[in-house]
Design a protein around this ligand. Structure first.
Ligand code: SAM
Length: 295
């Protein structure tokens, strides 16, 4: 390995005073779409990585941790997963995970940025693993906000795999009370809405807690869960919402049969992992119980 001073570095800036440096072995793509800055690089530890607006979206080495955590708890708990809607999800790995279940009749993915989708097909084909070409996949390039306003279908599972709602991100308008209500209206009875819900690091919980507080206005069960994602250098949180099912209470008797029906092998998710990711530490439970700002 060359000495560190000879490497170029991708620096992810978490906060004004916090950074993670990844050595760059190769740059596949660096440019700007109509909506965001796009980078596709390779790093020695994490392999290929997709970076949007300076934020790591997923890495080859550990994307299965993130995508299995996002998709499978909701799919395992949903009474009906024949119709699934994915908001965002550019790389196609969320679509891939959804389509692993044979009960899925149609998986609709709506991403605003056709360039992210095309670049992912070109440089990151391992992520979608053929999912874009599956007959059960319906891929729509468009704003999820507009889609939710116009679409009349109902979905047993809705998965939000959007970028962080930063001020200038195209996902920002989707994080508001009215849209959370619209999403609920698109759920079939007993359906589940799950979203990637920012960092759960003890030092930076405010955005996650704000999402959970807002969602509690709309759903009977709002369950936060999280896992460490090494490429993010962070604990990453998700929120599962439903009026019918409390996903934090899903047991082995439901999870194991669900997993055994999936095509191929899981890397991360099973009943034991489910218990671990829904068991929250005290500081997080306290932060979630506190009142405060909502969207
Ligand atoms: N794993 C990710 C993370 O850590 O933030 C999210 C994955 S995925 C790449 C995020 C996708 O959301 C991107 O492809 C982006 O184009 C899409 N997106 C952002 N705003 C959107 C909107 N308004 N409608 C549909 N897709 C949107």
């Amino acid at each position: 390995m060359p000495k560190t001073e000879n490497w170029q570095w991708y620096v992810e800036q978490f906060a004004p005073t916090e950074q993670h440096h990844h050595a760059v072995a190769r740059v596949y793509y660096a440019g700007r779409s109509q909506f965001q800055d796009i980078g596709i690089i390779e790093t020695p530890v994490f392999g290929k990585m997709l970076i949007l607006d300076g934020d790591t979206q997923s890495s080859q080495a550990d994307e299965r941790i993130y995508h299995e955590a996002l998709v499978h708890p909701a799919m395992a708990g949903a009474p009906d997963c024949s119709e699934v809607l994915i908001l965002g999800g550019g790389e196609g790995a969320t679509l891939r995970e959804v389509l692993r279940h044979p009960a899925v009749r149609r998986a609709t993915m709506v991403d605003i940025d056709g360039e992210v989708v095309e670049l992912s097909k070109q440089y990151l084909p391992e992520w979608s693993a053929g999912a874009f070409g599956e007959p059960r996949a319906r891929v729509i390039i468009g704003d999820a906000l507009k889609f939710l306003a116009e679409d009349k279908d109902r979905y047993g599972v809705i998965i939000s795999d959007l970028t962080e709602p930063l001020e200038d991100s195209p996902s920002n308008p989707l994080f508001c009370d009215a849209v959370f209500r619209d999403i609920k209206n698109r759920l079939a009875p007993g359906g589940i809405y799950v979203l990637q819900a920012s960092t759960a690091g003890f030092h930076n919980l405010s955005l996650h807690a704000k999402m959970a507080r807002t969602l509690r206005k709309h759903y009977k069960h709002v369950a936060s869960y999280y896992t460490h994602v090494p490429a993010f250098d962070n604990d990453w949180a998700f929120i599962a919402c439903s009026d019918g099912v409390d996903l934090s209470r899903l047991d082995e008797g439901q999870i194991e049969p669900y997993c055994s029906e999936l095509r191929g092998e899981n890397f991360f998710y099973d009943a034991q992992t489910h218990r671990r990711i829904f068991a929250l530490p005290l500081y997080l439970r306290r932060a979630l119980a506190q009142g405060g700002e909502t969207f």
